[in-house]
Design a protein around this ligand. Structure first.
Ligand code: FES
Length: 180
């Protein structure tokens, strides 16, 4: 059985206190964020739990969670690499970057490496068109002006991160890349 940890429960209570008791459903999106932060993805069990806490049907939660691409309804690898393939990034090599990254990891877009370390997928515009091609790592760090060398360095740095450690890319956040 899933249950928010003490810290998340406190955040949830603070969140729902902003809404009338019969309108908790309005807090669904931020509650899904809390759940994804806690468990790393939204399993069917987690979505049922959120539905129960919010007071709506699991089908409603599933519909919302699968509409927004930032919510993960399948278990990702330890690190989620999302390469933008929208127009600006395409014009500067976004699709080739995605293909090169997948080649280096031996997977196709949407797949996870057999060791569970990396999941790669294409993303729509992430609002960093002026520094294309770019990617987002773990729903958090932007790595911009991607080159083949940067992909190699990124993979190498992330491979050494212990399982479950939130991404801190020292060499990438210090050199022109930015955090959200
Ligand atoms: S098109 Fe890639 S960040 Fe906007």
């Amino acid at each position: 059985m899933v249950e928010f940890c003490e810290k998340t429960e406190a955040q949830f209570q603070q969140l729902v206190s902003r809404y009338p008791a019969d309108q908790r459903k309005a807090a669904l999106l931020p509650t899904l964020w809390l759940a994804q932060e806690e468990w790393g993805w939204l399993s069917p069990e987690v979505m049922r739990y959120v539905a129960e806490r919010i007071g709506c049907t699991p089908a409603h939660v599933f519909g919302v969670a699968t509409f927004y691409t930032m919510f993960l309804t399948t278990k990702p690898g330890e690190h989620l690499l999302e390469v933008c393939t929208s127009v600006s990034c395409c014009m500067t090599g976004g699709r080739e970057t995605l293909a090169a990254l997948c080649d280096k990891l031996g997977i196709e877009p949407g797949e996870t490496t057999p060791d569970g370390k990396f999941t790669v997928r294409a993303a729509e515009c992430l609002g960093s068109c002026d520094t294309s091609p770019m990617m987002q790592v773990d729903n958090d760090v932007y790595v911009e002006n991607l080159t083949d060398g940067k992909l190699d360095s990124l993979i190498s740095e992330l491979r050494d991160k212990p399982w479950g450690q939130r991404t801190q890319l020292a060499s990438f956040t210090a050199a022109g890349e930015r955090r959200l």
